[in-house]
Design a protein. Structure first.
Length: 184
């Protein structure tokens, strides 16, 4: 295997496996090293957000989740399954502010409403250099195509994050809901 062009953390939320597999296959074909994380409980997500479980040298993080009203939808576990002090419920801006330590990372929240301004600001507060996500509810195929085009442009054509973002958004009307937020 030749040296990968970038390291991508692909974080699969509940019930997102099919899309995650498609993204992983495409990114590996483009030459990225993809480390896939399967989220089965809130503490799994916290380990990613805190940077504790991220592969060294991770360049970009794709959070492949379902979202609603600016929150990551989390699995609901039985009361006896939660670990001590493990948060219950979905992860919104408050949880992101509490746990995110992603200094300098580029993060794509690829799920419905995961580009809500307050959520994006929480990620920037947690150290992200850039946060991208839709501020509305994209069709699943639009979400998939946004990520594929974004990485195609960054990896194969050497486009900057902003250039790749603009090219991915321009593919169709359903992609104009994607927003890019960055540190000033």
């Amino acid at each position: 295997m030749s040296k990968p062009v970038m390291n991508v953390a692909l974080v699969c939320g509940p019930d997102c496996g099919l899309e995650t597999q498609a993204v992983r296959s495409a990114l590996e074909c483009l030459g990225a090293r993809v480390i896939t994380y399967w989220i089965g409980r809130p503490n799994d997500f916290i380990d990613i957000l805190s940077g504790e479980d991220l592969y060294p040298g991770t360049d970009m993080i794709v959070l492949d989740f379902h979202g609603d009203e600016g929150e990551f939808l989390m699995p609901e576990l039985g009361e006896d399954v939660y670990e001590e002090n493990e948060p219950k419920g979905n992860f919104g801006p408050n949880e992101i502010r509490r746990f995110a330590k992603l200094d300098g990372k580029i993060v794509i929240g690829n799920g419905c409403s995961l580009g809500a301004p307050e959520l994006a600001e929480a990620f920037l507060h947690g150290g992200c250099r850039v946060y991208i996500g839709p501020d509305d509810y994209p069709d699943g195929d639009d979400a998939l195509m946004f990520v594929l085009r974004f990485f195609y442009e960054t990896i194969r054509h050497g486009k900057s994050v902003k250039e790749a973002y603009e090219l991915a958004r321009a593919m169709g009307d359903g992609l104009t809901m994607y927003r890019l937020y960055e540190h000033a």
